[in-house]
Design a protein around this ligand. Structure first.
Ligand code: ADP
Length: 244
């Protein structure tokens, strides 16, 4: 395995053959573990997305969770999801794949999802940054039209350790900016990489269903949409692109 190049993220790595969910495992040990500890599993039996939706995690993919203890105000914690998204986009670029961020928590290539990110935590204690990246794993048949992997895009098997260390290096770089409270650098990178900016979308969340044009991502990470009823600030939701 290549030598770790990171100072904090991945200084300690817990490798598991199989686990229900790396996020669940990481949550249980987070209090006793140093910041930057990574939990990684060959496969997850109950990988999850938001709202406990199933995240397919067969062998060959990168399924990991990073334990973070950010020294920032509660209002800045939601930005940690972008650390994951930006690090994945940079990692893919290093392997020759151009990817974009689908606000708030996915990375897509050519209209297909290649990576999902799930942050969970306990306020004032820790944040778990969970990343599921399709690398060499097979894509389940029901997701063939909507998901892709590095192997599918590049037509070859990747060295999973190499992808892992590239990702950890990029996570460290973006996370450092959060710790240093350089949020505007992070947010302008997010805007640069977010392919739904300027697009017509439908956003569904627990409170509402809204349609309109995405005109901005605010400094606090929220999505600004121009709807027929005026500007709306969206804190969370499921986004689908719409043709107009
Ligand atoms: P989103 O942020 O796109 O709403 P979620 O965080 O809810 O996604 O992730 C779960 C969804 O992602 C599932 O409902 C499924 O459609 C899709 N999915 C599950 N596993 C994978 C995978 N390995 N690769 C790409 N997409 C997946």
């Amino acid at each position: 395995m290549p030598k770790p190049k990171t100072a904090e993220i991945g200084k300690k790595i817990i490798y598991l053959q199989e686990v229900s969910s790396t996020n669940e495992y990481a949550k249980k040990i987070a209090s006793e573990m140093p910041e930057g500890t990574v939990v990684i599993a060959k496969k997850q039996t109950k990988g999850k997305g938001r709202k406990n939706r199933r995240w397919a995690s067969p062998e060959g993919g990168l399924w990991l969770s990073v334990i973070l203890k950010p020294d920032v105000e509660a209002k800045d914690i939601p930005k940690i999801v972008f650390v994951g998204a930006l690090a994945v986009v940079d990692t893919l670029a290093e392997f020759g794949i151009e990817a974009g961020i689908k606000w708030p928590n996915d990375v897509w290539v050519d209209n297909k999802k290649i990576c999902g990110i799930l942050t969970e935590g306990r306020l004032g204690e820790f944040v778990i940054l969970g990343i599921g990246l399709n690398v060499n794993n097979d894509i389940p048949s029901e997701l063939i039209g909507s998901a892709t992997s590095m192997r599918l895009l590049l037509g070859r098997e990747l060295n999973l350790d190499k992808v892992l260390w590239t990702l950890l290096g990029n996570l460290e770089r973006w996370y450092k900016l959060i710790q240093e409270r350089k949020f505007s650098i992070v947010m302008s990178a997010v805007k640069d990489k977010c392919f739904i900016l300027g697009r017509w979308v439908e956003v569904i969340n627990d409170e509402s269903k809204v349609e309109g044009e995405v005109i901005d991502i605010a400094e606090d990470g929220t999505l600004i949409i121009q709807t027929s009823k005026g500007l709306m600030k969206i804190f969370y939701g499921d986004i689908s692109l719409r043709l107009r």
